[in-house]
Design a protein around this ligand. Structure first.
Ligand code: EPS
Length: 377
C-alpha cells in the first residue's frame, strides 16, 4: 500500500524524470548533440499567450555557436518548429512541443573520444553511471541541450513580461581574470561577449585570440538580474526561490558555483552591513539579492554563476582508455575556449523558467491573499 501511494505522489506531485524541471510550469528536454533533433515539451503554460516561431529567433541567436570567432564554429540553423500547444498564434494551455533539427553534426571528430575520457569532462561519469554513452558531440551532456532551455524560456520571459512586467537580463561579469571597468546595460547586447563596458571589448578580443592560439580554455562569471518580480514568490522550505534558482542554474553545463545577492562575500560581512534597511520609499541596498527566507522581497532578484574552463582543449592531458590503459588525450573539433561567453542567455533562461513556475505556484496558493501592507516599493 505504501509503495503504491508513493508511486501516486511521484506520478502526480512532481515530474518523475530528471530531464524535467518545474512543478506547474514544467519543461522537459530531450535529444543529443549529434542526434537527428533536440526538443522540449512545456506543460502548464497558461492559455492565450500569443507566440510564433519567429519569436524564438533573437534568444536562440544570442546563445548559438558560430556567431563570433570566440565560440565553437559549429553552424546550426536552430529553426524552431512548434508541434503542438499553439493554435492560431496563441497558446492553448495544452503541452507545447518544440523541435529543432540538428543540421551540422561532425561526428568523426569524436571517434578517438569514444575509446577514452576527456579529463574534466562528464564522459567518464556518464560511462560509470550508464555503462553506455553516445560520445558524438558529448551526446546528452553537450551544451547543445541548452538550446531548448533558451527556447522554453522565450515563452516564460514573454508571459512574465506581459503579466507582471518582469524583465530577466544578464551579462558576462568576469572572463578569466578580466572584470568590467564600467557598467552600461546598453553595451551588453552590442558585443559578442555580453560585456557591460564597451571600451574593454578590444582587450577581450585580444585575450580570447591568444587563449585560442594557446589551445587552452578559461572560466567565467555570468550575472543575471530579474526586475519587476513582486514580493511573495518562493515557497519555504524546500521550494525556496533561491533554492530553486540555485538548482536550476547549477544544472547548466560547466556551472560550478551559484551565488544569490552578495553570495560568498557574506562570509566576511557584519550584520549591520549585510542587512537591507527599509524605508517607506524603498530598500536602501540589496545584499540579499531580492530574496529573504526563500521569498522574493520585490527588489531585483540577483544571481551569479561561476563556469569552469571547458574541458575539451588542445593541450594534451593524461587519461585512461576503455581497455584500462594510460593514454594522452587531445580534443579535436569545434569547441568553445570559454563557455561563459555563450552562457548569458542560458542563465537568463533558467532564471525565467524558475520565476514563471513560482509565479504560477504563488497564484495557485496565495492568489486570494490580496494587498498586504506595508508594501515597500
Ligand atoms: C559542445 C561541443 C561542440 C559545440 C556544442 C557544445 O559540439 P560539436 O563538437 O558537435 O561542434 O559546438 O555546442 C552546440 C552545438 C550548441 O548549439 O551549443 C559541448 O561539448 O558541450
Amino acid at each position: 500500500m505504501q509503495g503504491q501511494s508513493s508511486l501516486i505522489i511521484r506520478a502526480f506531485g512532481y515530474p518523475v524524470s530528471s530531464n524535467s524541471t518545474g512543478k506547474l510550469f514544467t519543461v522537459t528536454t530531450f535529444g543529443e548533440s549529434h542526434g537527428p533533433a533536440i526538443g522540449c515539451v512545456i506543460d502548464g503554460c497558461p492559455p492565450g499567450l500569443p507566440i510564433s516561431a519567429e519569436e524564438f529567433r533573437t534568444d536562440l541567436d544570442r546563445r548559438a555557436t558560430g556567431r563570433s570567432r570566440h565560440t565553437s564554429q559549429r553552424r546550426e540553423a536552430d529553426e524552431v518548429e512548434i508541434l503542438s500547444g499553439v493554435f492560431e498564434g496563441c497558446t492553448t494551455g495544452t503541452p507545447i512541443a518544440l523541435l529543432i533539427r540538428n543540421t551540422d553534426q561532425r561526428s568523426k571528430d569524436y571517434s578517438d573520444i569514444a575509446q577514452t575520457f576527456r579529463p574534466g569532462h562528464a564522459d567518464y561519469t556518464y560511462w560509470q553511471k550508464y555503462g553506455i554513452r553516445d560520445p558524438r558531440g558529448g551526446g546528452r551532456s553537450s551544451a547543445r541541450e541548452t538550446t531548448m532551455r533558451v527556447a522554453a524560456a522565450v515563452v516564460a520571459k514573454k508571459w512574465l513580461a506581459e503579466r507582471y512586467g518582469v524583465r530577466v537580463r544578464g551579462y558576462l561579469a568576469q572572463l578569466g581574470g578580466v572584470v568590467p571597468a564600467g557598467f552600461d546595460w546598453d553595451a551588453v547586447e552590442e558585443n559578442p561577449f555580453f560585456w557591460p563596458h564597451a571600451p574593454q571589448v578590444p582587450e577581450l578580443e585580444k585575450y580570447m585570440d591568444a587563449l585560442r592560439k594557446s589551445g587552452d580554455s578559461v572560466g567565467a562569471r555570468v550575472n543575471v538580474d530579474a526586475d519587476g518580480v513582486p514580493p511573495g514568490w518562493g515557497e519555504p522550505i524546500y521550494g525556496k526561490l533561491d533554492g530553486d534558482l540555485a538548482a536550476a542554474l547549477m544544472s547548466i553545463n560547466a556551472v560550478k558555483g551559484v551565488e544569490i545577492g552578495d553570495g560568498f562575500a557574506a562570509v566576511t560581512q557584519r550584520g549591520s552591513q549585510h542587512r537591507d534597511e527599509m524605508h517607506m520609499d524603498g530598500f536602501t541596498s540589496n545584499h540579499a539579492g531580492g530574496i529573504l527566507g526563500g521569498i522574493s522581497t520585490g527588489q531585483v532578484v540577483r544571481a551569479s554563476i561561476a563556469l569552469k574552463p571547458t574541458s575539451s582543449i588542445l593541450i594534451p592531458g593524461r587519461s585512461v582508455n576503455l581497455a584500462g590503459e594510460p593514454v594522452e588525450v587531445v580534443t579535436k573539433g569545434r569547441h568553445d575556449p570559454c563557455v561563459g561567453i555563450r552562457a548569458t542567455p542560458i542563465a537568463e533562461a533558467m532564471v525565467a523558467l524558475v520565476l514563471m513556475d513560482h509565479a504560477l505556484r504563488h497564484r495557485g496558493q496565495c492568489g486570494d491573499v490580496g494587498d498586504i501592507k506595508p508594501r515597500i516599493p
